[in-house]
Write a protein that binds this ligand. Structure first.
Ligand SMILES: Nc1ncnc2c1ncn2[C@@H]1O[C@H](COP(=O)(O)OP(=O)(O)OP(=O)(O)O)[C@@H](O)[C@H]1O
Ligand SMILES: [Mg+2]
Ligand SMILES: [Zn+2]
Length: 331
């Protein structure tokens, strides 16, 4: 998994902030309790004292075993008294034992092998989803809310099946793609007329793959090419992040979802940039989902045969057809 450094940094900040908040809450809880039951504070201090003494006794001359055993007995006695006090006051006996929120990493966020723990990856996914939500409707568009009601069951002759049958198949393929996303996954090309659910399904996939902990970038082709141009020609806008950072994200993320291919201006620069995106990502086995209203001939004309050959060979083609849902919803 190739995590985005910037998103990971933001995730870590929130992770740390939540831990600080928990620590503060814990301190408050303990202070309130000590005010109610001052004997607990004394026990706590004594427990800390015996713990230090046990360590020292182990190194002492004479009969360390006996000294250690005596101190351990004292220690247990104090713990018993503390538990009794707590239970007597209506608290659970282990109310003062600090329990980590994550039993896997003990709230370190990092595993012994240096990888990020699941608990930290949940923060990463949330941070990434926040970014994806700026462009996609992750709130209401999910595999669960995907509806088949908009697709007719009348067979379309040129496709040999109905839009409904076709969408059932596409929904199935996209669902499987998202649930099982990984190094073995392929690439997909969504083609078809406007208003058929291409962006909707892109949002479903983006959310699921992001939740699995992969880096996911969604953007429109027009904006992607614009960022490539800024990077190449050094045109920077103060409002946006560095273009080279964006270009790095487009090229390096685990899953790039590039929407509305073909709506951008037609230039030699765009043609070269698109070839670079497709080719570079294939070479590094990074996955891409493309959406377009163009058909394969249009694609060949606009971007050249080298791109077409790669798309044909390495992308699963999903053809969307049916009636424009935007129009149907207006009726
Ligand atoms: N299966 C579905 N269930 C419910 N609403 C849907 C479904 N598919 C699409 N819609 C809605 O229909 C509208 C158009 O869908 P979407 O934006 O996905 O179309 P598109 O294929 O990406 O079109 P375009 O090619 O113009 O970008 C959106 O408002 C979307 O929420
Ligand atoms: Mg769309
Ligand atoms: Zn953890």
């Amino acid at each position: 998994m190739a995590q985005d450094a910037k998103i990971m940094a933001a995730a870590l900040r929130r992770y740390q902030a939540d831990q600080d908040a928990r620590k503060k809450e814990w301190d408050n809880r303990v202070r309130t309790l000590y005010r109610r039951l001052p004997r607990l504070a004394i026990i706590e201090r004594e427990l800390q004292g015996t713990a230090a003494k046990i360590i020292l006794a182990a190194f002492s001359e004479g009969n360390p075993d006996q000294a250690v055993a005596e101190l351990e007995r004292e220690n247990l006695e104090l713990q018993r008294e503390r538990a009794e006090l707590l239970v007597g006051a209506g608290y659970p006996y282990d109310y003062l034992d600090e329990k980590p929120t994550c039993p896997i990493c003990q709230d370190a966020g990092i595993l012994p092998d240096g990888g990020a723990c699941r608990c930290l990856m949940a923060y990463y996914a949330r941070e990434q989803n926040r970014r994806l939500s700026r462009l996609l409707d992750l709130g209401s568009q999910s595999f669960d809310t995907f509806s088949f009601d908009w697709y007719s069951n009348q067979i379309w002759d040129q496709f040999g099946r109905s839009p409904l049958e076709n969408m059932e198949m596409i929904r199935e393929i996209c669902g499987n793609y998202a649930h099982t996303f990984g190094p073995q996954s392929g690439n997909m090309l969504f083609t078809g007329a406007p208003g058929l659910g291409k962006t909707f399904l892109s949002a479903c996939i983006a959310r699921e793959v992001s939740d699995l902990g992969f880096s996911v970038v969604y953007d429109t082709a027009a904006h992607i090419f614009q960022r490539f141009e800024c990077e190449k020609f050094g045109r920077e806008s103060a409002l946006e992040e560095n273009a080279w950072e964006d270009v790095g994200r487009y090229l390096h993320c685990d899953l790039l979802i590039m929407d509305d291919l073909g709506t951008e201006m037609r230039t030699d620069f765009v043609q070269a940039a698109f070839y670079r995106i497709v080719n570079d990502r294939l070479l590094h086995r990074r996955k891409t989902v493309l959406s377009t209203n163009l058909d394969l001939e249009d694609i060949a004309r606009r971007y050249g045969d080298a791109v077409l050959s790669r798309l044909r060979g390495e992308y699963q083609l999903l053809r969307f057809f049916g009636e424009d849902i935007r129009l149907l919803k207006r009726k």
